[in-house]
Write a protein of this length. Sequence first.
Length: 456
Amino acid sequence: MNQPATSRQPQHPPASQPDPESKPLRGIERIGIPKPLFWGFVAVLIYMIGDGVEISYLTDYLTQPDGGGLAGEQATFATVTVYGVAVMLASWLSGTLSAIWGPRRVIWLGAAWWVVFEAIFLFAAIPSQNFAFIVTTYGIRGFAYPLFAFAFLVWAQTTSPTRMRGSVAGWFWFAFTGGLPTLGAGVAALAIGPLGFSLHDTLVLSLVLVAAGGILGSFAVREPNGLKPIADASVANPRSHRRLLEGVDILWRDRRTLFGGLVRIVNTAPQYGFFAMFPFTFGSAGTNEGFLSIAQIATLTAAAYGANIAANLFFGVFGDYFGWRRTVTVFGCLGCAVATPLWYFTAIATESFPVTIALGCLYGVLLAGFVPLSALMPSMVRHKDKGASLAILNLGAGGAAFVGPMVVTLAYPLVGGGGVAIIFSCLYLGVAALSTRLKDPSDPGEKRLAARAGAV
């Protein structure tokens, strides 16, 4: 009798088919980049350069008479509050929608969304000098970059061999932070300065760069699984939008995902908080007589980010040997718990720009110790839950931009900059304890411990 059409027979690979985990690495795969995904990393870099062009001057431009014509608090509300909410929501959606549609479709959406709403923002909203129109279009555009960039992170982490996932995470964050804010701010400085672009024309340049990165990411990546939902045989209807709920209920189905999300929030929350606070502690904002000029604070920011970018690659590869969880706990959590108060109190005590730069770079390097978290979180869960797990990770990345400045806003008037630095250190210590729960047999560090135990 013929089998019913709806029945599925388990498919087993032929005995002669090589195990992808044991295949030798060749070419660019030796440095941690899966060959089918190479152009995706390039696309993320170009796209995020375009997205980062505006970071250093958009708020000021929106207050100028020939720009948006907004009041200062209105411009800040548009570029920080509304935009930040959109980024946080889209960071979560990037994982859950990738699980349902396949990450390539989410990348298409993120590319088209940015271009369309940026065009409306530049050529209709800003010239109108209408607060509601500017806030609405810019806020809606905030959904775009997490859909593009974080969907690619989902794609890379769910299709890469386990042994390469730490390195893949390192390359992703290298491309992401290399574009936003580092090279993006550099392109803006070059365009506005030596090239003589107007502020508006520089934003048009950012539109061109994002469009180029979006086209590259949408059509040049050859990995074949990008259009498939992230599911396994246990999922009856992998494209059902009921799976959106899996991006929430996984928090109590697997508490490790909740702990990982909290670790991710604390990862960069102090970074956002510090750079919001430094003009009032190290600089001369408000009534403070600081020891750094505005230009020196900008240089400090660039140096710390630059050190972080280089270290992202190192800790991605290092985590594949030392262990993902151990790298996050030792270098990320505990390292930053020491580096944050050391940076602040030493800078205040010495009032030395070189010392402040050096300790800022140390913090940037140790911050990269969290990179293997992007490999660890999807590896802890079943295949069908990988998109949901990465959605929580991405939500943590977006939430950090709120938590850091919020801590400064609430605590700085009460305890000052030193108190804020201690609070940040305590947060790192708290998530260090949580990170010890993020264990999975696929973690290279856990594999080595198991091998040693078996040898004994």
